[in-house]
Design a protein around this ligand. Structure first.
Ligand code: ZN
Length: 242
């Protein structure tokens, strides 16, 4: 089975459309989304519609839960809170209903999936070896998928230690025999210094994972954010990929 894994779309419709175009050119069987469909960006309703139509599995992210009121927006600092309030005000009923039906963790095809981390599926950032080791310790599946940090990661458990880290664009890794912890990076707000939208292709038959990037019209999303009155810093960061 060929599975496209996407995460952290963050209401960036142009990035999502570019990623779906690349996925459609790649003969993929299923699309899995690791959450944060909304927050930060200008097109939450269209992104919810597309993800609901296209993804066979979708998790809830912290921004999704904040926007629908499951999480208190006091937990969201500065621009993230402002964007969550903006999103609440424009969110359509069907998009709200879609987000309200999602959970921050899941399991499919023998893979464990979490928005943030296995020990805290909503908030914990897994960026270093300690958090990665903890993620392996509280899971058992050969493959564990996470999002939330917006940084692509390819980490393996070798004995008692973790190997790997940030996955460069085009990076490919085997899916065995060691256990793997992978983060596809972010579709709508990459933070690894590369502004291109990120996604991950899993080929379970071949036992391979490939980290993909695709260009999208960043300026269009920025123009929509400025026209909608979203915080300028959130628009500016998209062209840097930070
Ligand atoms: Zn996010």
């Amino acid at each position: 089975m060929r599975i496209a894994v996407i995460s952290d779309v963050h209401s960036n419709l142009h990035a999502l459309q570019a990623v779906l175009g690349a996925i459609d050119a790649d003969a993929v069987d299923e699309i899995w989304c690791l959450g944060d469909v909304v927050g930060y960006g200008p097109r939450p309703n269209e992104c919810c519609t597309l993800v609901r139509e296209r993804a066979s599995l979708c998790l809830a992210g912290n921004h999704d839960l904040g926007v629908i009121g499951t999480l208190d927006l006091d937990f969201f600092a500065g621009d993230a809170g402002a964007a969550a309030r903006w999103t609440r005000a424009v969110l359509a009923a069907d998009a709200r209903g879609f987000l309200a039906g999602l959970e921050p963790s899941g399991r499919a095809a023998g893979v464990e999936l979490y928005h943030a981390s296995p020990r805290d599926p909503v908030w914990e950032y897994v960026l270093g070896p300690d958090a990665a080791l903890a993620a392996f310790a509280v899971t058992s599946a050969p493959l564990v998928l996470i999002g939330h940090s917006h940084v692509p990661l390819a980490i393996s458990l070798e004995g008692q230690r973790v190997v790997g880290g940030i996955a460069e664009p085009g990076h490919e890794t085997d899916l065995g025999p060691s256990r793997r912890l992978l983060n596809p990076g972010s579709v709508g707000q990459p933070r690894d210094g590369d502004p291109r939208a990120a996604w991950l292709l899993l080929d379970t038959a071949a036992g391979r994972a490939s980290f993909r990037r695709v260009e999208y019209p960043v300026a269009l999303t920025q123009a929509e954010m400025r026209a909608g009155g979203l915080p300028e810093m959130l628009a500016a960061r998209l062209e840097q990929g930070v």
